[in-house]
Design a protein around this ligand. Structure first.
Ligand code: IPE
Ligand code: IPE
Ligand code: MG
Length: 247
């Protein structure tokens, strides 16, 4: 698998990843789950770097779902600790690579110290014009849609918006991902064939790529493999093959 097989014009603009399988990676080695999360951070670093090198416009990583709060307290604490560590250690490199960092999700639910570290990095990278790195934290797709609907309802109430003017863009612009194109490619590691409440609105026409590789093992070559498959897919958006080839 090599980077040489990638065709620049055929790369996705926006890649979203459900980074799953850290616990199983650790279990297989009789380690505690947290070691899987720690190794998973190394994959995050490598994949972010690789996407920057490929000049991908947007990368969205599912790091912690709103449902993940129900995990054992020590696991949640360890994940929060790792998140702080990642942001602190990577912010300079992200900045140098012109990456703009943002959080998507119900960020207010995060512990204060995590919010502070995260917001500081968001601020440092605020004016960067390269890849937008969105980290989904305390994120749920249904919650995101509900939140958008409630923002829209408020705007209708105040007269800022007319219900007759509502369209798909109104929803998109009120999601956490406002301003980003929808993901062209959604990757899920660890073989699970489900969406787990991720980007429900945005993935309407995303190509889905599921690999059995566990997230801590998912590195550059695995990303290239996914991108090569993506390049070879035929996206129809409801049209016929003939219509597509007529361009
Ligand atoms: C993904 O790995 C990381 C988070 C959900 C935070 P998991 O922790 O879900 O790993 P598995 O699915 O149990 O192997
Ligand atoms: C999805 O993984 C959430 C993240 C990767 C952060 P989960 O491990 O929480 O998903 P389920 O429980 O297998 O659906
Ligand atoms: Mg999992």
């Amino acid at each position: 698998m090599s980077i040489k097989q990638l065709v620049k014009e055929k790369l996705p603009k926006h890649i979203a990843i459900i980074m799953d399988g850290n616990g199983r990676w650790a279990n297989k080695r009789s380690f505690k789950r947290i070691f899987g999360h720690r190794e998973g951070m190394e994959s995050v670093k490598e994949i972010v770097r690789a996407c920057c090198e490929l000049d991908i416009k947007a990368l969205t990583l599912y790091a912690f779902s709103s449902q993940n709060w129900k995990r054992p307290e020590h696991e949640v604490e360890a994940l929060m600790g790792l998140l702080k560590k990642y942001v602190r250690s990577e912010v300079n490199e992200l900045n140098q690579n012109n990456v703009r960092l943002q959080g998507i999700g119900d960020l207010n639910k995060l512990p204060k110290s995590v919010i502070n570290v995260f917001n500081e990095a968001v601020e440092i990278t605020r004016n960067n014009t390269g890849m937008v790195l969105s980290v989904a934290l305390s994120y749920g797709g249904r919650e995101e849609i509900l939140n958008a609907v409630s923002k829209i309802a408020n705007k209708i109430e105040t007269g800022e918006l007319l219900s007759a003017d509502l369209n798909e863009l109104t929803i998109s612009e009120n999601l956490y991902t406002a301003g980003l194109p929808d993901p062209d490619l959604l990757i899920r590691t660890s073989g699970e064939m489900r969406i787990s409440n991720f980007l429900l609105w945005q993935i309407a026409y995303s190509e889905i790529y599921v690999t059995d590789v566990l997230w801590p093992d998912f590195r550059k070559d695995d990303l290239y493999r996914a991108l090569i498959e993506f390049q070879n897919r035929k996206r129809r958006f409801g049209l016929t093959d003939e219509q597509i080839s007529e361009g």
